[in-house]
Design a protein around this ligand. Structure first.
Ligand SMILES: [Zn+2]
Length: 285
């Protein structure tokens, strides 16, 4: 491993010491922050970089642009969590709403929500969203009023959000006091293990830490929230999406059975799960 000496600042914790992990594609390297464990791409992922990739892909996998499949079960369980916490409904914003599948799941459970979306990917510009108002722009350009939303969600998308410190600051501004952000991220330890097994079984698409510009550790999420006067109030393990490969699906189910029983779900062990859902509350009163 090589130490990178450039004065790069970690967006989650502001530390400047990082470890080189791997080269992911020509011109791109993945680094890990020595303090918080955030894994991030270099050159750092800025708003112009992301906009360029969403338009041209620029060597990133095409799946980077909202290509996830089989999300119905996962989105339904997230809609249930939100409705359980807010049975009275309210105003909700989904950032990176893609085809609007989440609005559909919410609509099926309750008619008490006024739903909004922000989708910067130009691919969805002319998409019809029957149950919501969607702006085809990055969050900062939407200019929502202060204290406007009860809930903000970023689903299967937070790992692509450029400048996440600024994004969270904007979310904190538009959230009502005690409103919350719900986001999900893949577990770092799970991905490492999955990469190892995939390698041994000679499966494709299981190489670790190559697809997203950010891979969050539990500590990175906590520190990022604290920077903008928000706090993680709950972290929930999640089984993630169904794997296409039958072998990988079987291994994932066996693994889940094992970790669910072996773990007491401390903050240190949540990253063993394929996905972790964070509920991050606005601490302003
Ligand atoms: Zn850090």
């Amino acid at each position: 491993m090589t130490n990178i000496t450039q004065p790069l600042i970690c967006v989650a914790c502001s530390h400047t010491e990082h470890i080189f992990l791997l080269e992911v594609r020509p011109k791109y390297q993945m680094l890990r922050c020595k303090n918080c464990g955030l894994i991030f791409v270099l050159p750092q992922w800025t708003i112009p970089t992301a906009a360029n990739v969403f338009t041209h892909y620029d060597g990133w996998p095409e799946g980077i642009s909202g290509g996830a499949s089989n999300r119905t079960t996962s989105l339904k369980s997230i809609a249930q969590i939100i409705n359980h916490r807010n049975p009275e409904g309210g105003r909700i914003l989904d950032i990176g709403c893609a085809d609007g599948a989440f609005f559909q799941r919410m609509h099926e459970l309750s008619s008490k929500w006024e739903m909004f979306g922000a989708e910067p990917d130009p691919k969805w510009q002319n998409h019809n969203y029957p149950h919501s108002t969607v702006k085809s722009a990055i969050l900062q350009a939407c200019q929502f009023p202060d204290n406007y939303f009860d809930v903000v969600t970023i689903l299967d998308a937070f790992c692509y959000v450029p400048e996440p410190d600024k994004e969270l600051l904007e979310i904190q501004r538009i959230l009502k006091p005690n409103g919350y952000l719900l986001l999900d991220v893949p577990g770092q330890s799970y991905l490492k293990l999955r990469g190892l097994i995939g390698n041994l079984a000679k499966l494709q698409n299981t190489q670790t830490f190559t697809a997203y510009p950010f891979y969050y550790s539990d500590k990175a999420i906590h520190l990022l929230a604290r920077r903008v006067n928000m706090a993680v109030v709950e972290s929930l393990p999640h089984s993630g999406t169904i794997q296409r490969s039958k072998l990988l699906h079987f291994l994932t189910l066996s693994y889940l059975w094992f970790v669910t029983r072996a773990s007491n779900l401390s903050n240190q062990s949540v990253s063993l799960f394929p996905k972790i859902i964070y509920i991050i509350q606005n601490q302003n009163n």
